[in-house]
Design a protein around this ligand. Sequence first.
Ligand code: NAD
Ligand code: IMJ
Length: 256
Amino acid sequence: MGKLLSGRNILIMGVRNKWSIAWGIAQAAHREGANLIFTYLGEREKEELKKLTADMGTLHAYPCDVSSDEDIERLFGRIKTEFGVLHGLVHAIAFAKSEDLKDSFLNTSREGFRVAMDISAYSMVAVCRHAAQLMTEGGSIITLTYRGSIKVMPGYNVMGVAKAALEASVRYAAYELGSSNIRVNSLSAGPIKTLSAKGVKNFSDILGIVEERSPLKRNVTLEDLGKTAVYLLSDLSSGVTGEVIFVDSGYNNMGL
Ligand code: NAD
Ligand code: IMJ
């Protein structure tokens, strides 16, 4: 079989370092022949991207803070000028204030709730709208979610609410973009030790529970996520849209 993503322009948002899920997906898409375009949040992430992509050829990377409408508009303007067409988009971005990811969910402030929803859910709606304009040959958009959207994970708190909004946004976006042959899906990852999981209380216990109780008896890897992302970004998933695909060693199916 030929490479699954050759000739496809794919925008990857959310690489922070080599542990980032977005980086796992970027590597898998690169192996399948995709032309990768990256966004980064700040200078530190830009330097990290330069190092990570050193053997991938020319780096196409643009700054984008998704809390800024101007950044988002500028980003897609530049992609339109430099690439014309977009075939894929990976949204792997989430943020909540650290004080809202511990202790009491009910103590979430109005501002903390707004920030989590803005960066972790609304940003997907905004980038879908802009990306769709450039997906003139059809396309595939994916985002990353977590089972804390449907079940209570102590400490995940306002992020669980934001992920529920994100998953619902995926369904509405999929409905609107279907007639343009643009598919929108989310990939629900099991726990992975990234910077976004650092500092989570009892994280190694959580990893241990998945290893012990999941059908596959192991935790998922960046490669597992990368391969499913390739499936969702490629024509292999041509009939799939609006879905939440679990890549969690099957853990979500367990009752006990
Ligand atoms: P990560 O920290 O490597 O990635 C998070 C990214 O969000 C970073 O690149 C950061 O720069 C970016 N970001 C934060 N605020 C931003 C803003 N205002 N504008 C632009 N970018 C911004 O961690 P990760 O675990 O790879 O997270 C990627 C996605 O995967 C997130 O949506 C997360 O919720 C999801 N996820 C993670 C896990 C896990 O266990 N690590 C499990 C399921 C889902
Ligand atoms: C995050 C918090 C609490 C419990 C958690 C997580 N569990 C897992 C995560 C069990 C797996 C990681 N995850 C799925 C996330 O979506 C993380 C998002 C996140 C993490 C941070 C940490 C640093 C910070 N803000 C954050 N915002 C979002 O300041």
